[in-house]
Write a protein that binds this ligand. Structure first.
Ligand code: PA5
Length: 353
């Protein structure tokens, strides 16, 4: 029986429980809001910037926040994926230091700098060295449950930041948005889960289209930009396969021009356009024209529309489909979606030095 039609075989091949974590994502989002609401934070005068510092699965929550907050916060949100914080970080900066393991060296370095610069810090982690340092420094720590892959903890590593910003008086109460997101994902999982056959499971159909091709994921400035990046990362880490992402309207000014050569490679690309009902009207026109220009050049183009009404639900509805598709793609390649040996090797070798 082909693997995508055999739910039990997929559960057996998934040694780290990525499918279980996906099933539990709706409840994770609800719990994440509660964790943020319970954090030991107080309002801050003269806030000038918010910085989220983290890597990989711990950084994407920063991008979700950046995109979410861009039309809602009066200050910019900057995501730092590096050892070094931007020069502007200082006493009027709120820094979220995020590391699921608590042991990622770039994040530890950035945390130490944030302390030296006198920034206000909130840590999100399961523990590790970051939890220990923050505990010793009296820095507020939001301790999130362990036992899953960092990239499966996107609710825990993002939604508490919304609650913290609400508690600091910088965002409105978003509990209704979190509730909508939770119930939307609860209904979506019934259609995306392994037991649902391929011809009625959108994530399985996507995985089949990605198989032996290179996925190219396009979003637009606004909610879907970060989701495109998320899909790419999930395909890389779960399916151990390449994928690329870009964003409208910028890609209309460069990437699209590059869809002429080499023809035999272009025909191995499968393009996904992630859409949101609130995309800028001119960008919506660009989707159709772009599709026309490139349709015959690549293996296929599909458009996927976000669901839900609130921004959070709309973003997570697309994240959820991509997360499931990346795990199904791992199954098609015969790899275990959970382990990320390359990252582990790199971290271990760097730790030896
Ligand atoms: O998904 C993963 O496993 C990685 O992208 C990690 O998130 C990344 O290596 C950073 O580790 P951590 O999230 O523990 O800080």
């Amino acid at each position: 029986m082909p693997i995508l039609d055999d739910a039990q075989a997929m559960y057996n091949a998934d040694t780290k429980g990525m499918l279980k974590a996906l099933w539990e994502l709706p409840e994770q989002c609800a719990r994440a809001w509660e964790l943020g609401m319970a954090a030991d934070v107080s309002p801050m005068d003269n806030l000038r910037q918010v910085v989220v510092t983290g890597l990989g699965g711990s950084a994407i929550g920063g991008d979700l926040l950046r995109v979410y907050a861009t039309q809602r916060l009066d200050v910019p949100v900057v995501v730092n994926r590096d050892y070094v914080l931007p020069k502007f970080v200082g006493p009027y900066t709120l820094v979220f230091a995020v590391s699921y393991s608590g042991n990622t060296e770039e994040t530890l370095s950035a945390y130490v700098q944030a302390r030296e610069k006198g920034a206000r810090i909130v840590v999100l982690t399961t523990g590790g060295k970051l939890g220990e340092l923050a505990g010793n420094d009296g820095v507020p720590v939001i301790t999130v449950p362990g036992g899953i892959a960092p990239r499966s903890a996107t609710g825990y590593l993002f939604i508490p930041t919304l609650a913290v910003l609400y508690r600091m008086g910088l965002l409105p109460d978003l509990s209704h948005e979190v509730a909508e997101c939770t119930s939307l994902l609860q209904s979506m999982r019934e259609k995306l889960k392994p037991e649902v056959p391929r011809d009625s499971n959108q994530a399985k159909m996507l995985a089949a289209n990605f198989h032996n091709r290179i996925p190219v994921i396009w979003g637009s400035s606004g909610t879907t930009e970060v989701v495109a990046q998320r899909w790419k990362g999930q395909i890389n880490e779960n399916a151990k396969a390449p994928a690329y992402w870009n964003v409208f309207p910028e890609l209309n000014h460069n990437e699209l021009v590059g869809f002429e050569f080499p023809g035999e490679l272009l025909r191995r690309l499968y393009v996904v356009i992630l859409r949101d009902p609130q995309d800028h009207p001119r960008v919506q026109k660009r989707f159709a024209i772009t599709r026309e220009i490139m349709e015959g050049e690549v293996a296929g183009v599909v458009e996927i529309m976000a669901r839900g009404s609130g921004t959070l639900a709309r973003m997570y509805s697309l994240v959820y489909i991509g997360d499931y598709a990346s795990v199904y793609l791992a199954m098609l390649y015969g790899v275990d979606p959970g382990p990320v040996r390359v990252i582990d090797t790199l971290k271990a070798r760097l730790a030896e030095e």
